[in-house]
Design a binder for this molecule. Structure first.
Ligand code: ATP
Length: 248
């Protein structure tokens, strides 16, 4: 591929608790302006890969013991998650993580806390988020803890957008959601990608939906990339069909 790669993960190894080898040399590239999917079953290492990129492994006693991670060609694996946000990379964690006692709008505004530009710019971005997520506008005064799972996933993505990221790492956006909502969320991701130019790396167990919306996919099994290719090719691949799409 000849596009500019924003993010490059080169042969990383991740070990938890000094002994449990979970990623056994994972490499991937995330081109600017694309939607890249990281696929694989339960425990394949998707979340670990995202956390390695955003430097969130320490609290889980995990560390990158080999390989390197570059963003715009610069080594980023020693940066704090906040420094990475300053560089334009933000992770939306699995399981959504809203501040339950804050309203939807207050949750969104917490995403802007690292920004140094003025109130006007932040207000404009809030309107941008509401534009993509009309449901959040309707619910803006509701306490986040009382909104539905789908709405909380939207809040999590909306909050990430409020930091004006270039690249969004999205962990399992479909988790626990009804098919129609999954469709709605992926459609919004696609719109953000096309209209705002956000680059996405998303981890998904739902291969079917991910390969319909992503441009390129990587399949992880037991901490190794076993296959990668343009999403359209993976959708037609007999092994992917049999083992990941449930058709043969
Ligand atoms: P899931 O969809 O379940 O999140 P995943 O592909 O994201 O799956 P990971 O969460 O990255 O997989 O987990 C990969 C492997 O690492 C699993 O075998 C898991 O048990 C192990 N693992 C994850 N976190 C830790 C930890 N903090 N300490 C030890 N082992 C861990």
């Amino acid at each position: 591929r000849t596009e500019e790669n924003l993010l490059e993960v080169n042969n990383i190894e991740v070990i938890y608790n000094h002994v449990i080898l979970v990623l056994k040399g994972v490499s991937l590239k995330v081109p600017k302006g694309g939607i890249t999917a990281l696929l694989g079953g339960n425990g394949a290492g998707k979340t670990t890969t995202l956390k390695a990129i955003s430097n969130l492994l320490h609290s889980e006693r995990g560390e990158v013991t080999k390989g390197n991670i570059l963003y715009r060609g610069e080594r980023v694996q020693d940066l704090s998650p906040n420094d990475l946000v300053q560089k334009g990379v933000i992770q939306v964690m699995e399981g959504r993580h809203c501040f339950e006692h804050l309203t939807v709008e207050e949750n969104l505004l917490t995403g802007a806390y690292t920004r140094k530009d003025g109130k006007g710019a932040i207000e404009a971005d809030l309107q941008m988020v509401y534009n993509y997520f009309p449901r959040l506008k309707e619910r803006r005064k509701s306490q986040a803890g009382y909104t539905s799972g789908g709405e909380q996933q939207m809040v999590a993505i909306g909050r990430a957008l409020m930091s004006r990221p270039e690249t969004i790492l999205l962990d399992e956006p479909s988790m626990g959601l009804a098919p129609q909502l999954v469709e709605e969320i992926f459609t919004i991701v696609k719109n953000l990608n096309e209209k705002e130019g956000n680059t996405f790396l998303l981890a998904e167990q739902n291969t079917n939906v991910a390969l319909r919306f992503a441009h390129y996919g990587y399949i992880l099994e037991s901490g190794r990339v076993v296959m990668d290719g343009p999403a359209a090719d993976l959708r037609e691949n007999p092994d992917v069909k049999e083992f990941y799409l449930g058709v043969s």
